[in-house]
Design a protein around this ligand. Structure first.
Ligand code: GAF
Length: 384
């Protein structure tokens, strides 16, 4: 929905025009999965799909939240009553951001909010981060907080970790806040240093398809947290702060040092090789060898499937079908256990790949996938 429509709906709901309208996108992660909570490297880019928010300030300690996707009147919350893990509804994400801002000492005294989103939920495309970041950016602007984008991302992560209770890393919020059109974001999650890497597939006759398997996932479930805990155990056993500190050429020695900790061995191997894959992809893109990133993406999928063990039959089917139909590379993207896969392909192969994937899903009696092209788009911004 456009900024004007969101503003008009705000005015209907709250009786006055909003002070402004902001948008924050979902993301696709090109490479670097489950590395962000290991202080490692990631490389997401922003989708055109976004959450748009019309927002005005209040001075009476009340937060009113309304979403175009949810029937009914605005939900009204008292700011002094906000407390971590007391809300299991969608409102926990925006309320968590207000809580995190206030807890960090920022004088937010209330807001009226109307939201409209085009990021599919539960599809591994960061609908939660888009929702958090759009609120953070709107309040940062309206209250003149002067916080930099990376700081807003950190506060949104805190909202998700502490208020919502999902132990996620920093990638998705940083992607939503910091990505730029036509670029992928090479992010070092240890210090949040960033490089914008030009990523214009269309100019090279290439396309990147997103295949949403429609298998819904959630990070507040236990499996994500178990992987994270396993990685932290690996770092502790190896005597490093984070798995990022294990160099790629020291991997064999590190694994040998883990003895019969079979599960930890697999997790460590994924994280260390995945960090290396991010560096390889960055190198290839910088060298103008975009097609050559395909096999690296596919290697990443095998590692997530076999070592990290977070794929599922639908994601594997997307990857296998894509590779059998001439794709340059394919892999699951995001947290796993469902959600979406990405497929790098020649533009001329898109129709064949789409048809083959739909047919393979039908033959397997899976829910039909949602397939669309991902174009690297702008990060969060004020629209009006
Ligand atoms: C989810 C999390 F939110 C991210 O922080 C990241 O860990 C990702 O899964 C896996 O790379 O999107």
């Amino acid at each position: 929905m456009g900024a004007q429509q969101v503003a008009e709906r705000f005015a209907e709901l709250y009786g006055a025009a909003p002070e402004g309208v902001w948008a924050a996108p979902g993301r696709v992660n090109l490479i670097g999965e489950h590395t962000d909570y290991n202080d490692g490297f990631v490389m997401p880019f922003a989708l055109p799909h976004r959450t748009t928010a019309a927002v005005s300030r209040r001075t009476d300690g009340i937060l009113r939240l309304h979403s175009a996707d949810v029937d009914g009147e605005p939900v009204e919350l008292r700011l002094d009553g906000l407390a971590p893990q007391t809300d299991t509804d969608w409102t926990a994400y925006p309320a968590g951001v207000v809580w995190a801002l206030r807890e960090a000492g920022h004088g937010v005294t209330g807001a009226d909010v109307h939201l409209s989103a085009t990021v599919p939920t539960g599809a591994g495309l960061s609908s939660s981060a888009a929702l958090e970041v759009v609120i953070a950016l709107a309040l940062n602007d309206l209250y003149g907080l002067g916080l930099q984008r990376w700081r807003l991302a950190r506060l949104c992560q805190r909202a998700e970790n502490v208020y919502v209770g999902a132990p996620t890393g920093i990638m998705d919020q940083t992607a939503s806040a910091c990505c730029q059109e036509g670029h992928a974001l090479f992010l070092d999650t240890r210090d949040l240093s960033q490089q914008q890497i030009p990523f214009d597939l269309a100019a090279e006759g290439l396309r990147l398809l997103v295949v949403d398997t429609q298998v819904k996932h959630a990070h507040s479930g236990g499996e994500y947290g178990k992987r994270r805990a396993g990685c932290e155990k690996g770092a502790a056993l190896l005597g490093v702060d984070a798995l990022r500190d294990i160099p790629y050429d020291g991997l064999d020695a590190a694994l040998a040092g883990l003895g019969d900790e079979e599960e930890v061995v697999r997790l460590v191997r994924h994280v260390v090789t995945e960090d290396h894959r991010v560096e390889r992809v960055v190198g290839l893109l910088r060298a103008g060898e975009t097609r050559a990133i395909g096999p690296v993406l596919t290697e990443g999928h095998a590692s997530l499937r076999d070592d990290f063990r977070i794929s599922c039959p639908e994601l594997d089917l997307v990857v296998d079908t894509a590779l059998a139909t001439g794709a340059l590379g394919a892999r699951m993207t995001g947290g796993g256990f469902g959600g979406s896969a990405i497929v790098l392909a020649e533009a001329t192969d898109v129709d064949t790949l789409t048809k083959a994937t739909e047919e393979a899903f039908a033959a397997a009696a899976f829910t039909p996938p949602r397939i669309f092209e991902a174009v690297p788009s702008a990060g969060a911004r004020r629209l009006a």
